[in-house]
Write a protein that binds this ligand. Structure first.
Ligand SMILES: Cc1cc2nc3c(=O)[nH]c(=O)nc-3n(C[C@H](O)[C@H](O)[C@H](O)COP(=O)(O)OP(=O)(O)OC[C@H]3O[C@@H](n4cnc5c(N)ncnc54)[C@H](O)[C@@H]3O)c2cc1C
Length: 342
């Protein structure tokens, strides 16, 4: 088939690679210019899954790993501290990974696509991989995003492990994700836009040098709230249809899982079965809606461990089942302590 992929982020790059390999004719359109294209992300994810995605795309994930996490320190309100045992959480060179996925693909940079862009009618299907922007699909009335920004910094001393600070009411968090050699991503997502922790970081690290400041909101509403996934010959994949884990704002692996669902459905029949795609995405990410409800209840100060026990159990059971995909140990007692402390 002749397919246009709009957006050369993690979903667009991986999908382009996999679909070209399957014999489809692929053209990618990316709005940013080649010189300034950069993955807006803190580059943290579980290597357990990325090894498989990389292998499928002909890459060796070890070549991209920047830092292998051992323990993540989490500062919580009222001076409580928790440590997560890391079981595969790493940072990796996401820029290089995406560039390498795109080797041999035709990419047109500086093309900001709109639903009415004429040239898109030359394709059998147009895939909306525009992430948060969801540029080609109709808006969802249930969309919910959290504002965020971060710095790429170097010359950082005194911190060389994953660190987060959770804000009261789960309204966001501050992060430092190490990239090795005194570099890291430091930033915050915060519903209230206070971004507590960022100026304190610079006070504690006066020698830290800023290499980049980047940001955009992160979508927290899960697929169930991001319908429709398709409109005429346009189909959404990745964050554009809510493939982000709502508790963490973590979207790399969910977007890649979504790409594989799209690829399987596309290769099944000669015509893309949009209903089957929708069904499979909703099934795979079904419990993300429970997690999203927990987050929103917590933000509104309405989460009760008794009244919402079923929701909490659903989150725990599903996360435990997918422990490898998260890259850290999932423990019921700790999850409860964390939610109570926030
Ligand atoms: C500050 C921040 C930190 C994050 N950190 C992490 C993390 O550490 N780990 C994690 O798992 N997730 C993280 N996320 C979330 C994760 O980055 C995203 O969920 C994931 O990248 C989504 O992939 P995507 O391919 O769907 O969209 P994106 O990676 O956002 O790619 C979308 C692409 O589409 C392009 N585009 C947009 N509109 C148009 C248009 N109209 N025409 C052409 N091109 C267009 C954009 O320029 C972009 O290149 C973070 C997000 C933010 C904002």
């Amino acid at each position: 088939m002749k397919l246009a992929i709009v957006g050369a982020g993690v979903a667009g790059s991986y999908l382009g690679n996999r679909l070209q390999e399957n014999g489809h004719q692929i053209e990618i359109f990316e709005s940013s210019r080649k010189e300034s294209h950069w993955p807006v992300c803190a580059w943290g994810a579980s290597k357990n899954m990325l090894e498989t995605f990389s292998k499928d795309a002909g890459l060796k994930f070890d070549d991209y790993v920047l830092h292998r996490g051992k323990k993540l320190r989490m500062d919580l309100p009222n001076e409580k501290i928790e440590y997560l045992n890391l079981k595969g959480l790493v940072t990796y060179d996401k820029f290089k990974w995406e560039q390498d996925l795109c080797q041999g693909l035709s990419i047109k940079y500086g093309f900001h696509c709109k639903p009415e862009s004429d040239f898109l009618s030359n394709f059998d299907y147009v895939i909306d991989c525009t992430g948060f922007h969801r540029s080609l699909l109709p808006r969802s009335t249930q969309d919910f995003v959290i504002p965020s920004y971060e710095y790429l910094v170097e010359n950082v001393s005194g911190i060389d492990e994953f660190y987060v600070m959770g804000y009261k009411g789960a309204r966001g968090y501050f992060w430092f994700f190490p990239l090795g050699d005194g570099r890291g991503y430091m930033g915050a997502g915060d519903v209230d836009r206070k971004y507590y922790g960022i100026s304190e970081f610079f006070e504690k690290n006066p020698n830290a040098r800023i290499l980049r400041k980047i940001g955009r909101p992160i979508r927290l509403s899960p697929p169930k709230r991001m319908l429709p996934f398709h409109n005429n010959n346009i189909i959404g994949v990745g964050e554009s249809i809510g493939c982000v884990f709502p508790m963490l704002g973590e979207g790399i692996i969910p977007s890649l899982i979504c790409c594989n669902i799209f690829k399987d459905v596309l290769n099944k029949h000669s015509i893309f079965d949009a209903e089957l795609y929708e069904k499979r995405v909703l099934k795979k990410f079904g419990y993300y809606d429970d997690v999203y409800r927990i987050v929103r209840l917590k933000m509104d100060g309405k989460l009760s461990s008794v009244k919402h026990f079923k929701l909490l159990m659903s989150m725990y059971r599903n996360m435990k089942r997918e422990e490898k995909r998260f890259g850290f140990g999932i423990d019921f007692e700790q999850m409860n302590r964390l939610l109570k402390a926030l």
